[in-house]
Structure formats: C-alpha cells, structure tokens
Design a protein around this ligand. Structure first.
Ligand SMILES: Nc1ncnc2c1ncn2[C@@H]1O[C@H](COP(=O)(O)OP(=O)(O)OP(=O)(O)O)[C@@H](O)[C@H]1O
Length: 552
C-alpha cells in the first residue's frame, strides 16, 4: 500500500515503510493534512485524495494558493487510524477548528495532560492527549513528570509514550462499534499550544504526537452512579473488550454515562468506554475491571454476545494491528491473541464475564499478590514446553530468541516460592509473585537501566548493563546497584531476559518465542483450559456478587 508523506511543501508517495519504533513516527505512514487557513481547501482535497474523505463533507470555501505554505501554522496529521472514515471526519473537523484559531483547553481531571478541542461554535469536538504529557512523561502538566519516552510508565508493562498507540488500537479492535469506543486516532500536531515543562530542553517544541478522540457528551461517569441503572448489554460489551485487550485501567471514571429516555421503559443509560491507554500490555499483568463485581457481570452472555465472541478471530486481529499500528510490540499482540482465545474458550464453556474476569485478575491477600489463574496457566504451559513435555526436546533452545534464563530461575530471588507444575493453580494457596527491588529497564537499544528503590527512597542511578555507574543522583544508588548485582539480575539484564518486566518484576511475556514456539505454547495452553474452567465453575460465584441486590 502506498502512503503519502508530507515533505514540507507537498506529498510524496512511499511504499509502506517497515516496522519502526515510536520515535520514527515522523517517517511513518502519515496521511498529511495541512491546515493553515488559506490552504484549507487544498489540504482537504489532499485529505480527500489520500484518505477518501467523502467530498460532501462540508468545507469552507477557500482558494487554492500553492505558494503560501507556512510551516509555522497549526497542522494536524493522522499517524494511525486513517482507514476509518469516522476518524478522518473527526480530524477534518479538528483541522477546521484549528484553522479558525481555536486553542486547546486543558482538562483538569485525570493524571495525564488532556485537552478539549472546540469547534468555532463552542461545541467540544475532541479530546487530545499528547504522549509526552502522560503520567510520568517529561511534559506532564500535573506534577508527575520525570521519565523519558520508552521507560516504564504507571503500569510497568506499558512504556511511556505508548498509551496513545493503545487508545488507537482499542478503537481499531472494537469491531462494529460493539463496545462503543469513540473514534480515536494517533495524530501529530504542529504549532499547537500544549504543555512543555522546560522549553529549552525540548528538541521539538512545536510538534507533538497525541491521541485524538471524539468527544462524547455525557451526564456523568460510572463512578457517580451505582451500577443498577446500567444495562446488562452495555456492561457485557465493555467487559468483552476489556478482557480481549487485558485492560489494566477500567476504573469507573473511564466509563462515561449518557442518560436517555426509552419510551415505556423509562430512563436508560448508555455507557461509553474511554481511556484505553493501559490496554495490551507487553506482558501479562493485573487487569483492573471495575465491572468485575457488578451483578450484570454474573449474568450469562446473550446469544448475540456469544455470536460476536465466536466470530472474533485472534489471528485476524493480530494482523490488523500489525498493519495499522506497525510500531506496536509483538509481545502486546500476543497478549491480545491469548486473551481472545481465553475469552472464546471460557465463554463457550459457559463461564460468565465475572468468572472470566476473576480468572484474569491477581489475588491480593495478606499483603501479598498472587498470580492470576491465567498467569498460572501460562506458567504451566511454558514450563511444560520448556521441560519438553509437549513439543520439542529443547523448547527454549529451539524456539526462544532470548533463552538464557529458564522458568525456574525466575524465582531465584524469592526463597519461599515453590512452583509445582503438576498442581492446579487454583488448588490450595495460590502461587506467590516474586517481588524484589523495583528496577526500571530501558529498552535493549539504550543499554541502560534506571533503578528506583521501591522502599521509599527517591534514589536514581543510571548504570550500563555491565554494572558501571554513569552518575549518582543520591547516596542510595550504590546500595541499589549492589542489591542488583547481588540478586544476579545484572547478568540477566545483559540478555534482556523476557522473564522480567520493565520494572524488574517477574512477569510472563511471550515476545521471546519464535512463531513455531508461540504456536506450540498456545496449543499447550489451550489443552490446559478445560480443567481450569471446570475448577472455576465448581467454585461458584463469589459471595460478594451473590449478595448484591441489583435489579435489571
Ligand atoms: N472521549 C471523551 N469524551 C468526553 N470526555 C472525555 C473523553 N475522553 C476523556 N474525557 C474527559 O477527560 C478527562 C481526562 O481523560 P482521561 O481519563 O482519558 O485522561 P487520563 O489522564 O488518562 O485519566 P486517568 O488519570 O483517569 O487515567 C476524563 O475524566 C473525561 O472527563
């Protein structure tokens, strides 16, 4: 597929470029829209040409002026999402608003930088969230700045600067608007006033990559109301999306509520899911599902929901993400595949949304967090393969790109940990998650790790993977480094071991396997599902849900 890239004074067609990382978005598959006032018509024509926006879309009548290109005027470019007409329409509306001189209006709520964009008539049309203003990112306007793009964010399995990508992914994967994710794109704004914490240190002060989402007018969010007024369908539809995408952040504030009147039935509410930046983690993680204990989640799926689930095709979804979001990590795509398979098998077995959600959620008991059932199943499947029980004789040698560490060694830092691959994850006490010094590891290219002492200190030291310190920031850095060396982790770092997350915690990720290894793993994983479902079914519903008195 050819793509159009703006080269300053016009477009050039390129074949789709190869996968590249976030930093190289500027060379990616842009569909450029240039929105200086006098060039608006020309720009929209380019937009129509390259994005197939229907020409009946209302545009102001402005003259063609080829030579008035002003690189300092506000512009917006679509990076991801161009294949959706609803996204293109949204971007065109925002472009028109920008041409009329609107400036982004900071949203006070939320931890990241978010801005409302208004049309000339004052209506809010979109919400923009620059990736460098995410929580912990360098230009965060809410006092949560400090880290660089690519470092671990609020969730260790999601890097800073990649939430916008995930917001787009959620929209792309919400087939037929099943859950109602508003149209969302990843865009690049030029010469638009967003927050910059220290202008002198910013190499590209006039340019920001951001997620852009259609504003949805609403009356409240789910946190303001009890769940009793929500329809079973709307809860199920959002829940199905969250399970597929392993959403780590479905809190009540991320479900907008629109009140409506529905004839004889009286008031109805529509739920609109927003804020999908913490979906599709790079490894299995602990999802947060606000709906988990809502009574609707314990109602069996309807026929049409079962049909929707049965038509979900994890391989097609994976391909879709690879083609639409070339910079998303393969390990995140594999989490999507795994969770979709899990949802399909579990629902076909007869489990309800709450049971499925519970199996994916970690247990926190007596100050300790335990693996979720899903994580335990994956651990067992990996362990089986690595022991050659179902597959090749030496799975790791054959199928793992980074094979220096084996499963057993994941727990070398937790003396109490015992892993019994033959016992059921749901039998007896759940497996404990090995916890140790929280350590943030940059990506492979940087060859740097940043240490953050979990135990209350703000100490930060940069070391290379061989252990040489690059600079002390406070007195505790040596002890951090010693802890790290003592733990043996330094050795594993140099191999970029897949068994630790970006924050140095034990994790389960799938990025290290080659295609055949991944196929074998899934086969093994699927074989283990019926027994796990049977056990879950025999446990019955939790007291908390049974005790609820919600009516539908
Ligand atoms: N599509 C939308 N339509 C209407 N309002 C929105 C939309 N997206 C975001 N908002 C509003 O903007 C606020 C901040 O957005 P959002 O929750 O996505 O940001 P955040 O910084 O990621 O938040 P959080 O810290 O809760 O994760 C929301 O509380 C909501 O009020």
């Amino acid at each position: 597929m050819a793509v159009a890239v703006d080269q300053g004074h016009g477009f050039k067609l390129f074949a789709r470029p190869p996968r590249c990382n976030l930093q190289s978005f500027s060379q990616l598959d842009y569909k450029m829209l240039d929105f200086s006032q006098t060039k608006l018509t020309q720009s929209l024509e380019h937009a129509f040409e390259f994005t197939n926006i229907h020409k009946s879309f209302s545009t102001p009548c402005l003259s063609h002026v080829k030579d008035d290109y002003d690189p300092n005027k506000p512009r917006i470019e679509i990076i991801v999402g161009n294949s959706s007409p609803r996204v293109r329409a949204l971007v065109a509306e925002v472009a028109i608003a920008m041409a009329s001189g609107i400036i982004p209006e900071p949203v006070p709520s939320g931890l990241g930088g978010a801005y409302f964009l208004r049309a000339q008539n004052g209506d809010t049309i979109a919400v923009a969230k620059p990736i460098d203003e995410e929580p912990l990112a360098m230009n965060n306007p809410k006092g949560l700045a400090g880290r660089m793009l690519g470092q671990p964010g609020m969730k260790c399995s999601i890097r800073i600067g990649e939430t916008g990508l995930r917001e787009s992914a959620a929209y792309i994967l919400d087939h037929d608007g099943f859950a109602g994710v508003p149209p969302t794109a990843l865009v690049r704004f030029s010469h638009v006033k967003f927050n910059i914490n220290s202008p002198e240190s910013d190499p590209t002060p006039n340019c920001k990559v951001a997620s852009l989402q259609r504003f949805v007018s609403h009356d409240s969010d789910a946190g303001d109301l009890g769940p009793s007024s929500f329809s079973v369908t709307s809860v199920h539809h959002i829940g199905i999306l969250d399970v597929r995408l392993m959403n780590l952040d479905r809190h009540a504030g991320n479900i907008l509520v629109r009140q409506g009147q529905d004839g004889y039935a009286g008031a109805t509410t529509e739920l609109v899911p927003i804020d999908h930046g913490f979906c599709l983690p790079e490894s299995l993680d602990d999802p947060y599902f606000e709906w988990l204990h809502w009574p609707q989640a314990s109602i069996p799926f309807s026929e049409s929901e079962m049909e929707y689930i049965s038509h979900l095709d994890p391989c097609k979804d994976a391909e879709l993400l690879r083609s639409e979001l070339p910079s998303i990590e393969e390990s995140s795509i594999r989490v999507l595949v795994l969770c979709t398979i899990f949802l399909k098998r579990a629902s076909a077995y007869g489990l309800c949304l709450a049971e499925i959600g519970e199996m994916m959620t970690r247990e926190f008991c007596g100050g300790e967090e335990s693996w979720s059932t899903l994580e335990n199943l994956c651990m067992k499947a990996k362990a089986s393969l690595e022991k050659g029980l179902s597959g090749g004789n030496d799975f790791i040698e054959k199928h793992c790109n980074r094979h220096e560490e084996k499963v057993d060694e994941m727990f070398q830092f937790d003396d109490e940990y015992e892993y019994d691959s033959d016992s059921s994850p749901t039998n007896g006490k759940p497996s404990k998650i090995a916890r140790f010094l929280s350590m943030s590891v940059l990506d492979n290219n940087s060859k740097l790790c940043r240490l953050n002492d979990d135990r209350g200190s703000n100490s930060t030291t940069e070391v290379n993977v061989d252990g040489d310190e690059r600079g002390d920031i406070d007195d505790n850095s040596n002890s951090n480094n010693n802890n790290l060396k003592a733990s043996g982790l330094m050795r594993s770092l140099s191999y970029s071991v897949p068994n630790y997350n970006l924050d140095g915690q034990c994790i389960i990720c799938f990025g290290e396997m080659d295609d055949e290894g991944w196929r074998l793993f899934l086969e093994c994983f699927e074989k283990k599902l019926p027994k796990a479902f049977e056990e879950r079914k025999s446990m019955g519903l939790s007291k908390q849900r049974l005790g609820s008195s919600c009516e539908f």
